[in-house]
Design a protein around this ligand. Structure first.
Ligand SMILES: NC(=O)c1ccc[n+]([C@@H]2O[C@H](COP(=O)([O-])OP(=O)(O)OC[C@H]3O[C@@H](n4cnc5c(N)ncnc54)[C@H](O)[C@@H]3O)[C@@H](O)[C@H]2O)c1
Length: 253
């Protein structure tokens, strides 16, 4: 589907991969709304390219409905929806303090998995009523998984479970929405240079880079954005998970 002239919403757009994606889509000619629980960050990101930035908690049906209504009022219904909102929280199934804290596990699932589904389903509900474009296309949804979905490390039970869920819903969602001309894709990034990495000690940072074979560095957020753009533009990309990882394969720890 062409990007120019269409409305797009990007969650988690105040930072990292979402921020870069919002910029890439805006540069490609989309009218972009940035959604993030960090409302100031969303507004600052959007201001840089003349888009709309809104506070939104992806775990809340009401918050997402309200944000999508505002985005639609400004730009029309979105034909492009990119879900990048997410958190990382570590913890072993049984740690020094006992079993994994259930509230932490639930929160990771709530934001990464349920939040993604919440935004995806509400955005898709608006897409299915739009006029079809070439090849019966009405919209494209791109969700963010992780290579941890298949190679979760020690201490990543909650995060890996959440991303496994995001990966697993890709095909059934694509099947559900196929008759309406809406495609669903998932990107599973390796290690990307986002604020998440800014605080890491140099030795851990170096160890992580060592495992990314080629190119021998962390991914750049705009490279994630470029893949989103390619997926939106290519009508055959549907129902699958694409790794973006420089041949990185995570070890147990
Ligand atoms: N950076 C990496 O190496 C990497 C690797 C694999 C997967 N990912 C995934 O990519 C996505 C983006 O990660 P990032 O590195 O850009 O992280 P980031 O922390 O830079 O950005 C995540 C954004 O999500 C927002 N957010 C958190 N909870 C939210 C909520 N409830 N509602 C709305 N927004 C919320 C945050 O405010 C933040 O702006 C995440 O889903 C992450 O799991 C990142």
């Amino acid at each position: 589907m062409q990007i120019k002239g269409h409305a797009a919403v990007v969650t988690g757009g105040a930072s990292g991969l979402g921020q870069a994606t919002a910029r890439v889509l805006a540069e490609a000619g989309a009218a972009v709304t940035v959604l993030d629980v960090n409302a100031d960050g969303a507004r600052a990101t959007a201001a840089a390219f003349g888009g709309l930035g809104l506070g939104c908690d992806v775990t809340s049906a009401e918050s997402v409905a309200e944000a999508l209504a505002q985005a639609t009022a400004a730009h029309g219904p979105a034909r492009i929806c990119v879900n990048c909102a997410g958190i990382v929280a570590g913890g072993r199934v049984v740690g020094k303090e006992g079993p994994h804290d259930l509230a932490t596990f639930s929160r990771v699932i709530a934001i990464n998995l349920i939040g993604t589904f919440n935004v995806m389903s509400q955005a898709a509900a608006a897409m299915v009523d739009l006029e079809p474009e070439a090849e019966h296309e009405r919209g494209v949804i791109v969700n963010t998984g992780s290579i941890a979905a298949t190679e979760g490390q020690v201490g990543q039970a909650a995060y890996a479970a959440s991303k496994g869920g995001v990966a697993s819903l890709t095909l059934p969602a694509a099947r559900d929405l196929a008759r309406s001309g809406v495609r669903v894709m998932c990107i599973a990034p390796g290690l990307f240079q986002t604020p998440m990495f800014d605080t890491l000690p140099q030795d851990i940072y170096d160890a992580l880079i060592k495992k990314t074979l080629h190119p021998h560095r962390l991914g750049r957020p705009e490279e994630f954005g470029r893949l989103v753009r390619a997926l939106v533009e290519n009508p055959m990309m549907n129902g699958s998970v694409v790794r973006l990882d420089g041949a990185l394969r995570l070890e147990p720890r």
